[in-house]
Design a protein. Structure first.
Length: 636
């Protein structure tokens, strides 16, 4: 769980005009070299960034192989925008000509050396990261069907099979529960699903986004993602099965959350206890105990049967069910038909007039989503794609395409268009790409056509590319503009791939690759923000299973594939500390990344600092589609 409210202050870097500098460098400057730790694809662009406290006059660089032999030399360094007051000088090292598979380092004439990195095919570099992403979701599994060889997981929260249902709870502005919970007198089976993040809550909000991206990847790359080694078809079906429990299609009832995170003086919540998940089933928590709702987890109902649904959740669930019908049409036709029926019903109940605060989670501040027309666009698009083109199927397909075009037009004309990359709160870029690929190339007769959708996706990417020009690492967001920087970077990378697939144009290829490089270590801190990518990544995530069952030093066992937030606003770290039960990490304390903090943000690899190192399902979701696309041989 974490909030995604935007910070108010933007700190802009000083800009240094690109120029070449030649000659011998000043001796013994504080200098570091940042690279993509996961590696570079043989024929793609390759570059590293040098940060220095002093000017590197007349410096040069070379690339050496694992034997120490020089395989490439530069004539000089290219100046970049400054990073910070501590590192006022930044330079680019380009080495596109290094194409032979192997391991290399960048070495400066001053003696500074980069960490080792591989060069190889996209399949060799990204297929292992795809397997890592699957490991993460298996580590997140709740219920009976867990993998014992994944961080020693054991069945957990089996009492969710007979969970009591409750009205949505009320919270004050400080996220303190007001009063008590009000039961509805019914029980549901809410067992299964994935934990949302480093805690043990389960939300339709995040699960529906995750399942959508997972099913998209399985649909587009079925052979790659349905193998025994990387079976995302099975994992997507696991997440989908839980969503189909939370949406009671028979009674047209949505349940949106399992568990309570924050309580009050009389009611403890999930966040009040650091433990392994199987502990909850064996707690002593009789009626009247403050721990009662940790063992007997409440399930919150969105509204009475048949009532209107928050359009963000209705649209996202319709997308999941439409994708389910597409993916399982051949090998599980009964499941596909059930999904299609559920998709029709949930989409029809979306509230589209007098929409106030969207329903996400309780409290709302965990995930304060404010846009919903993009969700309806995506939902209608995937429902349309689930139908055939002829007869009654064709009529339904055209009906949903008209609805998708309506919501696309409304979103494009609205105030949020082009303001965000793909992430949990904004799926407009993905919805544009999916709808554009479903429409004819010429005039469709709908409120919006393929050219307008492609143009809208380009406008979104262009905004990120403009922002990237003031950053030495070419990152597409202002660092202190919002939280969730890593998934935003990955979202831009996904959208750049979608644009290339739609148009065949490489217009945003460099920008998309830069965002991927940033997430994989080519950033000021020199750390990948995905566990297992390269040699430097988070060791001390705020994740209970990883902290209590994994290592604390980056060696096995680790929670492979977990994607964390990364840098966050300085104010977000105030008042944080170790919780009882946590294994201290790093063991000796300290903050090795502190010298590189700048632009109003910090990155802290410490189990107490969730704003940097709590992984989440929606953070990791873009990596499934991204690494599958790259592993399959596609490019930016």
């Amino acid at each position: 769980m974490r909030s995604a409210s935007a910070a108010a202050v933007l700190l802009l870097a000083a800009f240094v005009l690109p120029a070449r500098v030649h000659g011998a460098a000043a001796a013994r400057t504080h200098t570091v070299i940042r690279i993509n730790g996961a590696g570079y694809v043989t024929r793609w662009r390759k570059w590293a960034v040098v940060l220095s406290a002093a000017p590197l006059n007349r410096a040069s660089a070379r690339v050496v192989n694992a034997s120490g032999r020089t395989v490439y030399r530069t004539r000089g360094l290219v100046a970049l925008p400054a990073w910070s007051r501590a590192f006022r000088y930044a330079y680019e090292v380009q080495f596109d000509r290094v194409r032979a598979p192997g391991r290399y380092r960048v070495v400066l004439s001053t003696g500074a050396r980069s960490p080792a990195f591989p060069v190889g095919s996209a399949r060799a570099l990204y297929r292992p990261l795809l397997a890592h992403a699957l490991f993460f979701y298996r580590a997140q599994r709740d219920g009976r069907h867990v993998f014992h060889d994944v961080l020693g997981r054991r069945p957990s929260h089996l009492l969710d099979r007979v969970a009591r249902t409750y009205r949505p709870p009320t919270y004050d502005v400080n996220d303190v529960l007001q009063g008590t919970l009000h039961p509805l007198g019914t029980r549901v089976n809410a067992e299964g699903g994935w934990f949302d993040a480093g805690d043990y809550l389960k939300f339709v909000q995040t699960a529906s986004y995750t399942v959508a991206l997972m099913l998209l990847a399985v649909r587009d790359y079925p052979r790659l993602l349905s193998s025994s080694a990387i079976d995302f078809r099975d994992e997507a079906r696991f997440g989908l099965a839980w969503l189909m429990k939370m949406w009671d299609d028979r009674h047209r009832t949505l349940y949106y959350q399992v568990g309570i995170g924050d309580g009050n003086a009389r009611i403890h919540g999930d966040h009040d206890l650091w433990r392994l998940p199987q502990h909850d089933d064996h707690m002593r928590a009789a009626g009247g105990s403050s721990w009662y709702y940790v063992k007997y987890r409440p399930v919150f109902r969105a509204g009475p049967p048949g009532s209107r649904l928050s359009p963000n959740l209705a649209g996202r669930l319709a997308a999941d069910f439409g994708l389910c019908a597409q993916v399982f049409r051949r090998n599980s036709p009964s499941l596909a038909r059930r999904c299609l029926r559920s998709g029709r019903h949930v989409f029809a109940l979306a509230r589209t007039a007098h929409v106030r605060q969207l329903l996400t989670t309780s409290p709302h501040d965990y995930y304060p989503e404010s846009t919903w027309k993009d969700d309806l666009q995506l939902g209608a698009t995937e429902m349309a794609r689930a139908y055939g083109a002829k007869g009654s199927q064709g009529m339904e397909r055209r009906r949903y395409l008209r609805l998708a075009a309506r919501w696309a037009k409304d979103y494009i004309s609205g105030p949020n268009d082009g303001s965000d990359s793909l992430n949990l709160y904004d799926v407009s870029g993905l919805a544009d790409a999916e709808l554009a690929s479903a429409l004819p190339r010429h005039d469709s007769g709908l409120r919006v056509g393929r050219p307008a959708l492609v143009q809208d996706l380009a406008r979104l990417l262009a905004a990120g590319r403009r922002q990237s020009r003031s950053d030495p690492f070419r990152f597409g967001l202002a660092y202190n503009s919002q939280e969730d920087l890593t998934p935003h970077a990955l979202g831009y990378a996904v959208e750049a791939l979608l644009y290339h697939r739609l148009t065949g144009s490489s217009r945003f290829a460099g920008f998309g690759l830069n965002q991927l490089n940033w997430a994989l270590g080519l950033n000021a801190w020199g750390s990948a923000f995905i566990v297992g990518a390269g040699s430097r990544f988070p060791d001390c995530m705020q994740h209970q299973v990883a902290n209590l069952s994994g290592s604390l030093d980056g060696r096995r066992p680790i929670d492979w594939g977990a994607t964390v937030d990364g840098p966050n606003a300085v104010a977000a770290f105030q008042g944080l500390g170790l919780q009882q039960g946590m294994r201290r990490c790093p063991p000796r304390g300290g903050d090795r990344y502190r010298p590189f903090d700048a632009r109003g943000v910090r990155y802290v690899d410490n189990v107490a600092d969730w704003p940097s190192v709590e992984p989440a399902d929606d953070y990791t979701a873009p990596t499934v589609f991204l690494f599958a696309t790259l592993s399959a041989g596609n490019h930016f």
